[in-house]
Design a protein. Structure first.
Length: 290
């Protein structure tokens, strides 16, 4: 059986930070009983897949995201893996059969237009989500003000669009995971006793010119970052544990905002930047209430 791992590429995915995050879990975490693990911003799910496979004391897991297309992907991988694999094999064969970049680009734009129409059935919508994720520029997910996916073509000749082993491994793992769609505050009612929240919200831009968080048509701006901090206070007051990741901004925004909590810096690689000089290693903030 393959190991469960993220089934999509995701900007800011936590795959490279897993060891550092694992080391910063509560010291006695493996002694907790009947743990509830909650990810209110699941994204690509690297931390989710790691936590469930590494810590058998997690008995309940809840994931949430405001991106309905993304949570539908989790739902389809969980409940309809056979249908999804068949559909992905079909679109992959169609794409591979195209002989040149121009025809691949035209096919990509056609699928992107279809994806942005309402009323697709779940498997078709998820198939297009996977396809666009594998063939768009850098695996970005970005929408315009109307909420339409608008990432350009990525010029990949034969990307892996269908990976059946990962889909089946993920489907098995997701059987015990509850999937929510909506505002992260919905997740509070799922917390009981030994609960750990891991927050990985849209990151605050490092500078005024690097504002990539058009992940949804509603911007996750500083007002939203402060609202999330108040939610963390609520988690703290209820006696639950949390970890939170975000960018390490030069203006000490998060140091001031989370002054009463533990703050660490962890090293991450950042590949998405138009300026090659700004790619590479940089620090991220990790906030904990323990």
């Amino acid at each position: 059986m393959s190991k469960a791992k993220p089934f999509i590429k995701w900007v800011g995915g936590k795959g490279q930070l897993i060891e550092q995050l694992e080391a910063l879990l509560p010291a006695d975490f493996d002694k907790w009983e009947n743990v509830t693990y909650i990810e209110p911003f699941v994204g690509g799910g690297a931390m989710l897949f790691h936590m469930i496979q590494t810590h058998p004391n997690i008995k309940t897991a809840i994931i949430n995201d405001i991106n309905k297309n993304l949570t539908q992907c989790y739902e389809v991988v969980k409940t309809r893996p056979d249908d999804l694999v068949a559909s992905l094999k079909e679109i992959q064969a169609e794409y591979y059969a195209l002989k040149n970049e121009e025809s691949k680009r035209a096919f990509y734009l056609q699928q992107r237009t279809t994806f942005n129409t309402e009323g697709l059935d779940l498997v078709h919508n998820t198939t297009l989500f996977f396809f666009l994720n594998r063939t768009c520029f850098n695996g970005l997910y970005r929408v315009n003000k109307s909420g339409a996916f608008n990432v350009p073509f990525g010029r990949y000749a034969t990307p892996t669009i269908c990976d059946p082993n990962t889909i089946y491994a993920d489907s098995e793992l997701l059987q015990n995971v509850e999937i929510l769609t909506g505002d992260y505050q919905l997740t509070f009612d799922k917390a009981v006793d030994n609960t750990l929240f891991y927050f990985d919200p849209p990151y605050r831009p490092l500078s005024a010119t690097s504002s990539f968080n058009d992940y949804n048509k509603e911007a996750f701006n500083d007002v939203e970052q402060r609202r999330l901090k108040k939610f963390c206070d609520r988690v703290q007051e209820a006696g639950f544990h949390f970890m939170l990741s975000n960018s390490d901004c030069q203006d000490n925004f998060f140091d001031d905002l989370y002054l009463r909590y533990q703050i660490e810096r962890v090293l991450a690689s950042r590949a998405i930047n138009a300026n090659p000089q700004k790619r590479g290693k940089l620090t991220e903030i990790l906030v904990r209430n323990y």
